[in-house]
Ligand binder design. Structure first.
Ligand code: MF3
Ligand code: CO
Ligand code: CO
Length: 263
C-alpha cells in the first residue's frame, strides 16, 4: 500500500477520545428522535416538527443542528413523507395525515463531533403494505449493522441489505449512500447499501460511519424536485429509510445513535 493511501486509511480510524465525543453527539441525535416521537400525529405540520427539534437541540442540548446552513439547506430535520425518499423539506403547509409514513432525519453537532440518525414513523393507522415496507427497511439496517466487525468488508454490509430488500420484492436506492462521519458531517468512506460481499474497504476497529438504507416499493430510480433537495421515487411508489451512526469495535460494532425504543 502506498504512503498516500495509508494516510487516507488512518484518517478513517478514530481514537478512543474521539469515539467518546462521537458517543455524546450520537446520544443527543437519538434523543431528538425520542423527544419528537409523541408529537408525530395526524394534523401536525412538518414545519412544526422541525421547530420543536431546533428548539430542543439549541436550547436544551446546547448543541448545533448540523443541517442548518449545510450546502444552503435551511432546516433542522429532513422530513420525507411517503414517496419522498430523502431530504424532504419541513414546511408549515405540509400537514401529516392518517396513514402517512414519515422519515425524520437529524444530525447534531456537539463539541465539534457529529451524530446522524433517522427513523420512520407510522402516522395514525397505516396500510399493511406500508407497515411492511417500514419494518423490512429497519431489518435491512439491523442486518447491515450485524455484519460489521474488524476484518469484514464494507461490501458485506451492502450485500446483506440488498439481499434482504430484494428477497422481499423491494429495490435499493443507489443514488444516495451512507458515509464516514466524525468532525466532518460527510467523510470517507461511502457506504453503499448494495454490492458484493468481500468488496470495498476492510473494516478496522475505530472506524465511524452511517448505514442508512433507502428501500423502495417499486423501482430504485429517483428524481430531485425543483427545490434542489426533495428526492422522490421516479414511479411515485413509497420509500422508507432508517439510519444509525456506528463505530467498529473489537468484536463487532456499537450503535452510537441507539434509541430507548430499540432492543
Ligand atoms: N442527514 C442526511 C444524511 O444522512 C443528510 C441531510 S443533508 C440536508 O446524510 F442538508 F439535507 F439536511
Ligand atoms: Co447520514
Ligand atoms: Co441523516
Amino acid at each position: 500500500m502506498s504512503t498516500i493511501k495509508r494516510k487516507k486509511m488512518d484518517k478513517l480510524v478514530k481514537s478512543f477520545e474521539e469515539i467518546d465525543k462521537m458517543r455524546i453527539a450520537g446520544r443527543l441525535a437519538a434523543e431528538v428522535l425520542e423527544m419528537i416521537t409523541p408529537h408525530v400525529v395526524p394534523g401536525i405540520s412538518t414545519g412544526e416538527l422541525d421547530k420543536l427539534c431546533y428548539e430542543h437541540i439549541v436550547n436544551i442540548q446546547n448543541a448545533i443542528p448540523a443541517n442548518v446552513g449545510y450546502k444552503g439547506y435551511k432546516k433542522t430535520i429532513c422530513s420525507s413523507i411517503n414517496n419522498v425518499i430523502c431530504h424532504g423539506i419541513p414546511d408549515n403547509e405540509k400537514i401529516l395525515k392518517n396513514g402517512d409514513i414519515l422519515n425524520i432525519d437529524v444530525t447534531v453537532i456537539k463539541n465539534g463531533w457529529h451524530g446522524d440518525t433517522s427513523k420512520m414513523f407510522l402516522v395514525g393507522k397505516c396500510a399493511p403494505h406500508n407497515e411492511r415496507l417500514v419494518k423490512i427497511t429497519q431489518e435491512c439496517l439491523y442486518k447491515g449493522i450485524e455484519v460489521v466487525k474488524p476484518g469484514a468488508y464494507l461490501g458485506d454490509v451492502g450485500n446483506v441489505i440488498q439481499q434482504h430488500a430484494e428477497k422481499n420484492y423491494y429495490s435499493v436506492v443507489e443514488d444516495y449512500c451512507g458515509h464516514g462521519i466524525g468532525a466532518t458531517y460527510h467523510e470517507e468512506p461511502q457506504v453503499l447499501h448494495y454490492g458484493k460481499s468481500g468488496s470495498g474497504i476492510k473494516l478496522q476497529e475505530g472506524m465511524c460511519f452511517t448505514i442508512e438504507p433507502m428501500i423502495n416499493q417499486g423501482t430504485k430510480f429517483c428524481k430531485v424536485l425543483k427545490d434542489g433537495w426533495t428526492v422522490e421515487t421516479k414511479d411515485g411508489r413509497n420509500s422508507a429509510q432508517w439510519e444509525h451512526t456506528i463505530v467498529v469495535t473489537k468484536n463487532g460494532s456499537e450503535i452510537l445513535t441507539k434509541r430507548n425504543d430499540e432492543f
